[in-house]
Design a binder for this molecule. Structure first.
Ligand code: AMP
Length: 422
């Protein structure tokens, strides 16, 4: 658990309806990010927060945003009063759900809409007809809506750029610039980011006005209790080993990470053939299929969700006991995000890594960066036969060939450079 924190939500001067919602959520006390960010946001200041998913960051901005909006009514027209920009559809949906829960006791209902691409734009245009108090949006779809005159951003008094690093890493820089250009210069801006690469610093410097810096230790809302394991196995035997682990540990809900969209389908299919209820989740599925996969997983109709890194960030599936890195993540930061899907909200979590002769060196780098040293395990009946190559592949590409991105990334990682994105 966290260090005892003297602050209560009441001391943060939240209104009674919001306090009621917080109590209903079972939050005893504010997390460090909430304690630090809620007062300046309530006071109308710009805030620049370093906050990871799991730190309670959604409530840190959603509660004060709701309180500020509830002080006034919305003017008529297609206006939006507060805009929350997020990198992915899944995060948009999740934040929408949180905002709804936190705002449900407010005496005047707050109109909140969630818009994202990959689904028909027409219902979103219709819904935006009367404007919205809060619009949670992914950048591309928001611009489509602006281009079609479905919404006006000229009255946005408050904007939250959530997971700004991720927004930029996903190539939304141009979209962000266009959206910001539509916003009034006089507004309140909150920027949340887990990491602060130079592009995020620039974004913050250019678009925040005299911000309050909120950098608390990246303590999760509830200290994660994640047992991490590194199991050696030859790649062709991973599916069988996974099945074996699921059966022996009686895991009922497992999130399995693989490297590619193709692998999600392929591994899910193999698991289905082995009698498990498995489904794939990746970015090329239709929005309907993605939502269905998540709903089925949350409702326990599916016990194994095989996903790409799309699912590593932002998803909060409470009671997710196990995450398996079937393929290792590319970066140490991705590792943290992936395993952060488990051990949430006080649950005990397990993160299992499958390590092969080829990926030993890469996993050592991930461990080094995350200050880990996991014992290597072998499971009876699945002992690997392949051996690690004598020279670690981390030291460069094939002679005469350009170094691959992966090789450059590994070298950067070995030099201790933060977050060289592969
Ligand atoms: P977030 O970082 O916003 O994704 O939140 C991570 C998890 O922490 C969510 O399941 C929240 O419901 C939970 N949470 C947020 N604030 C608190 C709090 N003050 N106490 C306990 N849990 C919280």
């Amino acid at each position: 658990m966290n260090e005892p924190n003297a602050l209560t939500f009441t001391a943060l001067k939240l209104s009674v309806p919001l306090l009621r919602a917080v109590v209903e959520q079972g939050y005893d006390q504010p997390t460090p990010i909430q304690a630090a960010a809620i007062p300046p946001i309530l006071a109308g200041r710009d805030v620049w927060a370093s906050a990871q998913t799991g730190s309670g960051k959604t409530a840190a901005f959603a509660l004060p945003v709701l309180q500020r909006l509830s002080a006034n009514r919305r003017a008529p027209g297609r206006i939006v009063r507060a805009l929350i920009l997020v990198p992915t559809r899944e995060l948009a949906v999740q934040i929408g759900e949180s905002v709804r829960r936190y705002g449900r006791f407010l005496p005047e209902a707050i109109k909140m809409l969630v818009v994202y691409g990959g689904v028909s734009i027409n219902p979103q245009m219709m819904a935006l007809g009367g404007g919205a108090d809060i619009l949670v949006a992914t950048p591309g779809r928001l611009l489509d809506l602006v281009d079609q005159n479905a919404v006006s951003l000229g009255s946005v008094g408050l904007v939250v750029l959530d997971e700004a690093d991720r927004l930029l890493a996903l190539g939304f820089a141009d979209e962000l610039a266009r959206i910001i250009a539509w916003l009034p210069a006089k507004r309140q801006t909150v920027l949340c980011s887990a990491t602060f690469p130079p592009e995020v610093e620039t974004l913050a410097k250019n678009h925040l006005h005299d911000p309050v810096r909120v950098a608390v230790a990246t303590e999760p809302a509830t200290a994660p209790d994640i047992g991490q394991r590194a199991i050696e196995v030859d790649p062709p035997r991973r599916t069988q080993l996974l099945r074996h682990l699921i059966q022996t540990h009686e895991w009922t809900r497992v999130l399995v990470f693989v490297a590619t969209k193709y692998a999600t389908e392929h591994v899910a299919e193999k698991l289905r053939r082995a009698g498990l209820q498995a489904t794939a989740l990746h970015g090329e599925l239709s929005q309907g299929a993605r939502t269905a996969a998540l709903v089925d997983f949350k409702a326990s109709r599916v016990s194994v969700l095989v996903a790409t890194d799309l699912a590593a960030r932002g998803l909060d599936i409470v009671e997710l006991p196990v995450v398996v890195n079937f393929d290792l993540p590319r970066s140490a930061a991705d590792y943290t995000h992936r395993i952060g899907r488990t051990g949430r909200a006080g649950e005990r979590g397990v993160a299992v890594n499958f390590i092969s002769a080829e990926t030993h060196a890469h996993f050592r780098l991930i461990e080094k960066r995350n200050r880990l040293a996991l014992p290597r395990e072998q499971i009876a009946g699945f002992e690997p036969e392949q051996v690690e190559p004598p020279v670690a592949p981390a030291t460069g590409g094939v002679k005469g060939r350009r170094k691959s991105k992966k090789d450059r990334y590994r070298e950067a990682l070995a030099r201790g450079e933060p977050d060289a994105t592969a």
